[in-house]
Design a protein around this ligand. Structure first.
Ligand code: DHB
Ligand code: MG
Length: 217
């Protein structure tokens, strides 16, 4: 395939989704309950969850830091990819989201493996010890992604796994006006990743674009 041959359409994405592990009843119930509380439906897709689970398993990840818990869907999915003594620490600014996520994590199959840390990523991440995680997933306010990356590079060992959501700018990466704040923040982060000598990363076109990278230095 040459670079002129990309053919992905919505029908291809549906085809892929139909051949990827979907949500179990528990996760479907979590999403329905979140919607009732008007928690925004911006969780990762089941296909992206599978992708991240596979990457975490291949990495042998034991301790994940997530920035942006929302309803807890991705934290639960990531925890399922970890060994029995693995853990996810997930950082959430909004009490409403943290309350919901804690409630659903507590009744999930990974209760005890996921801890919600309340507060802003820029305040909580600096309190985490270097070497205390081997993977991270950034999925919070896009303007602060560069700061989250810098903190995660402080915490992760060389070889650590970096993942970040929404690299394709909510589907508007190449079409949003120059002054679009949200997409602008994504563009700045993408350039920061691409030019970062400490990270070997690639944007994978799954979901809304998922950065996958390795800390090299
Ligand atoms: C938004 C944020 C996300 O992390 C996402 O996956 C989709 C949308 C948003 O802020 O609109
Ligand atoms: Mg996201």
């Amino acid at each position: 395939m040459s670079e002129d041959d990309s053919v992905l359409t919505r029908r291809h994405l549906a085809y892929i989704a139909e051949r990827t592990r979907g949500d179990d009843d528990f996760l479907a119930d979590l999403k329905a309950a979140a919607e009732k509380l008007d928690i925004p439906r911006i969780w990762i897709s089941p296909a992206q969850a599978s992708f991240m689970q596979i990457i975490l398993k291949l990495h042998g990840a034991k301790s994940v830091i997530e920035v942006g818990t929302l309803a807890g869907y991705s934290a639960i999915q990531m925890a399922r990819a970890l060994p029995a003594d693995g853990r996810v620490r997930t950082i959430e600014l909004e009490d409403k989201h943290a309350d919901f996520a804690e409630e659903w994590i507590a009744k999930s199959d990974v209760a005890g493996k996921v801890e919600v840390l309340r507060g802003a990523g820029v305040d909580v991440l600096p309190k985490l010890e270097p070497g205390s995680a081997d993977a991270c997933f950034l999925d919070a306010d896009k303007a602060n992604y560069p700061k989250y990356l810098d903190e995660c590079l402080r915490i992760l060992p060389v070889g650590g796994l970096i993942m970040a959501d929404n690299a394709l700018g909510f589907g508007r990466l190449l079409t949003a006006p120059e002054d679009d704040a949200g997409v602008g923040a994504v563009r700045r982060f993408n350039d920061y990743m691409a030019g970062n000598p400490r990270v070997h990363g690639v944007i994978t076109p799954i979901g809304d674009g998922c950065w996958v990278g390795v800390k090299e230095a």
